[in-house]
Design a protein around this ligand. Structure first.
Ligand code: TMP
Length: 207
């Protein structure tokens, strides 16, 4: 039997890392064999592509190159880690997936939908996450939280307008696929955010 594919999404400062930790622990306690991974990245080659994508000095990277590198990293990640893990009955918990491309390259960079859709079909047409937790919060609040971290990467340097489009694109995706998405109010304190997620896991995942 195929394992479950769970993704976590959200804009800057949404608290993904903290929640990923808690979700992984919950899944393990519920008896899942968890493979925790992230995008862009998750394999050695895809992590090298991540370094290029996030490097703040790559100011000349075109939006199309960015899109292609995201999907190149994803193709490798799927081939090397995601598909074999699911085939082995493991639960794959992934920090971002193609919804992030719709949000950042589609919403943020305003690349045409047809281009993203074509690459999505090419790279993983038959595979979508079983559950996507979208950590949603006002853009200003997220940017405030994120600004307390170290040096910003190439994406974190983007503007309020960019991240507003990212948020809108995420919410649009969630609206279009309510059976797959759970929208979590991430503006709250950690305990409250976690209790929303725990309820979703109890009803939608189980052991
Ligand atoms: P992270 O900081 O959450 O690990 O994500 C890395 C950055 O990459 C984040 O700013 C969002 C961005 N990203 C995209 O622009 N498109 C994508 O498809 C993915 C997976 C991430």
């Amino acid at each position: 039997m195929l394992g479950k594919f769970i993704t976590i999404e959200g804009g800057e400062g949404a608290g993904k890392s903290t929640m990923l930790e808690l979700v992984a622990d919950w899944l393990k306690q519920a008896g899942h064999q968890v493979v925790r991974t992230r995008e862009p990245g998750g394999t050695e080659l895809a992590e090298s592509l991540r370094d290029i994508l996030l490097d703040k000095d790559n100011v000349g990277l075109s939006s199309l190159t960015e899109l292609l590198l995201m999907f190149a990293a994803r193709a490798q990640h799927l081939a090397e880690l995601i598909r074999p893990s699911l085939a082995g009955g493991k639960t794959v918990l992934c920090d971002r997936f193609t919804d992030a491309t719709w949000a950042y390259q589609g919403g943020g960079r305003q690349l045409p939908r047809e281009e993203i859709a074509a690459l999505e079909t090419l790279v993983h047409g038959d595979l979508q996450p079983d559950l996507t937790l979208l950590l949603d919060l006002p853009v200003e609040q997220g940017m405030r939280r994120a600004s307390n971290r170290g040096e910003s990467d190439r994406f974190e340097r983007e503007s309020l307008v960019f991240f507003t489009r990212v948020r809108e694109a995420y919410l649009e995706r969630a609206l279009a696929a309510p059976e797959r998405f759970a929208v979590i109010d991430a503006s709250k304190e950690v305990e409250e955010v976690w209790s929303q997620i725990e309820r979703v896991l109890q009803t939608r995942v189980g052991s």
